[in-house]
Design a protein around this ligand. Structure first.
Ligand SMILES: [Mg+2]
Length: 417
């Protein structure tokens, strides 16, 4: 693999959920389509042209584009489409690194003799995805991952863009700063205050100046990107067998709460224990949400929920429950985790608790099976809505409870910007 050549493809499906809806219902083709009523999960390009954006509140979206057709999300259909597209990726090259349910990096450097130039491979990939899965996809081709992603971003929809190695900065520097991977609204606004709007202007600044404006990590990152320095190779996405998250219950407050919960005193043991259990439950819910979201993003589901606890005396306990069907739904996984925590609560109360961990394993690639009883529309839409908002605004943007409305199923809270 010649690292001096443009051999990295970034392949990204266009308006993914909306395109699947248009593929499956011809009446939606060529029209403004919004997926998700409470929160916009995806929208077709005619809707985007009217200012509709992912993670926007449904009411605002309908004001911007009253003639839009709003359809409920069908997560199972999207997961199946994603698998089919990744199948095409793997037919194209053995080196595929998935970034999310609808985008991946592909290294095609070793394939020149059998498949031709990267441009030709990219062109065939686009035709294969359209023929075999029925979806439009945009591909960027460059020497670095970062630049390949920028190239696909500026070529959407249904585009192909190759950035030759000797034209990289010429391509990159006129672009707005927001095109750089990892530059969020905050950074963009901070730079705009200083009248820095293009990548070229960022490149001229120098690392020291950028670090003083944006802090060490952000400043260095941006400096490297503005000079197209990104040494990361394409790596095969490991097929994980388990996904987990944990949270240390450190600090004086937790220690005091935990001690008070097991010490009968003037106020009695019950109220404090209830407060403690309530806070633990919030921690647990946060962990399950994180793990479930990662599962959904990877288009996977799991059957076994494991709770890991470390007690105040450093002893540990692990408890697991296997569900009848694999799932990636937050509520189903949380119910199982809650059951496990409730069973461990007497021990935790006695010994104190210093760490809680949640893992989901027994992971499967198969589409999620039906679970009963559940409300598929509400559960899937709520999960998807939260994922979309967090993807855009960060994990702390809102909590599950704030999204639950009365009759519409979903309401949109105030979001930054
Ligand atoms: Mg996409």
């Amino acid at each position: 693999v010649g690292s001096g050549d443009a051999t990295i493809l970034h392949a990204d499906l266009d308006a993914f959920y909306a395109s699947v809806e248009q593929r499956d219902d011809p009446r939606l083709r060529g029209r403004p389509v919004i997926v998700g009523g409470g929160v916009v999960l995806a929208c077709s390009y005619p809707a985007k042209a009217r200012g509709v954006r992912t993670a926007m509140g449904g009411r605002q979206a309908r004001q911007l584009c009253p003639e839009a057709i709003v359809v409920p999300p069908r997560m199972e259909a999207y997961t199946a489409a994603s698998r089919a597209v990744f199948e095409v990726f793997r037919q194209t090259t053995p080196l595929v690194e998935g970034l999310s349910i609808d985008e991946a990096f592909l290294e095609v450097g070793g394939l020149w003799r059998i498949r031709g130039s990267p441009e030709r491979i990219a062109d065939k990939l686009r035709r294969d995805v359209l023929d075999q899965v029925g979806l439009p996809i945009t591909v960027g081709v460059a020497r670095t991952k970062f630049l390949a992603k920028v190239a696909s971003g500026v070529s959407k929809p249904d585009g192909l863009r190759v950035v030759p190695p000797d034209r990289e900065l010429e391509f990159l520097h006129p672009l707005p700063v927001g095109r750089l991977w990892g530059v969020g609204r905050v950074t963009e606004a901070r730079l705009a205050e200083l009248r820095i709007t293009t990548v070229g202007q960022v490149a001229e600044l120098g690392e020291a100046a950028l670090v003083s404006i944006l802090g060490l990590a952000n400043g260095r990152h941006l400096h490297a990107l503005a000079h197209n320095r990104d040494p990361r190779p394409v790596k095969n996405t490991p097929r994980r067998h388990s996904m987990g998250a944990q949270h240390a219950l450190g600090g004086r407050r937790w220690a005091a709460l935990s001690t008070a919960a097991r010490t009968p005193g003037a106020g009695g043991v019950e109220p404090v224990a209830a407060v403690w259990a309530g806070e633990l439950d919030a921690v647990l819910a946060g962990l399950v949400e994180r793990v479930a979201r990662r599962l959904r993003k990877a288009g996977r589901s799991g059957r076994t929920v494991t709770l890991r606890l470390r007690f105040g005396d450093f002893s540990r306990a692990t408890r697991s429950r296997t569900l009848p069907h694999a799932t990636a739904r937050t509520q189903t996984l949380l119910d199982a985790a809650r059951g496990l925590l409730a069973a461990a609560l007497p021990t935790a109360t006695k010994r104190g608790l210093t760490l809680v961990g949640v893992a989901v394993d027994n992971l499967s690639d198969a589409p999620e099976q039906l679970e009963l009883p559940f409300d598929p529309f509400r559960d899937a839409q709520l999960d998807a809505a939260l994922d979309a908002v967090r993807e855009k605004y960060g994990t702390t943007a809102l909590s599950r409870a704030t999204l639950l409305g009365r009759d519409t199923g979903l309401v949109m809270p105030m979001l930054p910007d």
